[in-house]
Design a protein around this ligand. Structure first.
Ligand code: GRF
Length: 208
């Protein structure tokens, strides 16, 4: 089986990239090839994980924009674009052009708490459950079909930082599972929903 060729987009720490690299090494993601890491932030800490592994990196700028990324996606046969802590909104034409190929990791149980500061909003809302979602990217922020979620229970003693840690831990499980599903051709976008093993699904698969 040929490997799934991936680009990873990030803006900050890149702990999810680090985790994906570990999962490639451990064999869990043996059919994943990380072709490029792309960032909007030249100072992104996460770039060091790419540099350590000689994974090529690109910085989005006036000289390397989304049209250039699209050309590279075609040139290098990129199969999957993973937004793992990428804090910019992608242009509409880019999302439309690569429909079904872009997935985003979001730190909440979508459709709850789209956008920023999800942990704070979970505490303010008194939610009893929290977690992370992976969804197909569409032109509306955090709105495309969600196909996998990891769920955690919120305790009374939880703070923004404890939730952030627990959600990261669940992200380290669900994002590699999502990517593995792509590498095994188990999942595809189907309009507002998704197919899993060829069957139309309307609700995300949840891990507790
Ligand atoms: C993650 O919580 C992700 O859900 C959110 O940004 C964070 C990125 O973390 N979109 P890291 O950069 O991978 O450590």
């Amino acid at each position: 089986m040929s490997k799934l060729n991936c680009q990873i987009f990030l803006s900050g720490n890149g702990s999810n990239l680090k985790n994906i690299i570990q999962k490639v090494d451990s064999g869990f993601l043996q059919n994943i090839h990380i072709h490029t890491v792309i960032t909007d932030n030249p100072g992104a800490e996460g770039l060091r994980y790419a540099h350590e592994r000689n994974i090529s990196t690109k910085i989005i700028s006036d000289v390397y924009g989304y049209e250039d990324i699209s050309l590279d996606i075609k040139k290098y046969n990129i199969d999957l674009i993973v937004l793992a802590g990428f804090m910019k909104i992608l242009p509409k034409y880019f999302v439309e052009h690569h429909d079904g190929k872009i997935i985003n990791l979001h730190p909440s149980l979508l459709p709850k708490h789209r956008g920023l500061d999800t942990h704070k909003r979970v505490i303010q809302s008194g939610d009893s459950l929290h977690g992370a979602s992976v969804h197909f990217v569409t032109e509306k922020l955090d709105e495309g079909p969600v196909f996998i979620q990891g769920v955690i229970e919120v305790k009374e003693s939880d703070t923004v930082s404890s939730l952030k840690k627990s959600v990261h831990n669940i992200e380290y499980q669900i994002l590699p599972i999502a990517m593995r599903w792509f590498s095994e051709q188990l999942i595809e976008k189907n309009g507002k929903y998704f197919n899993f093993r060829g069957v139309l699904e309307k609700e995300p698969i949840r891990y507790l």
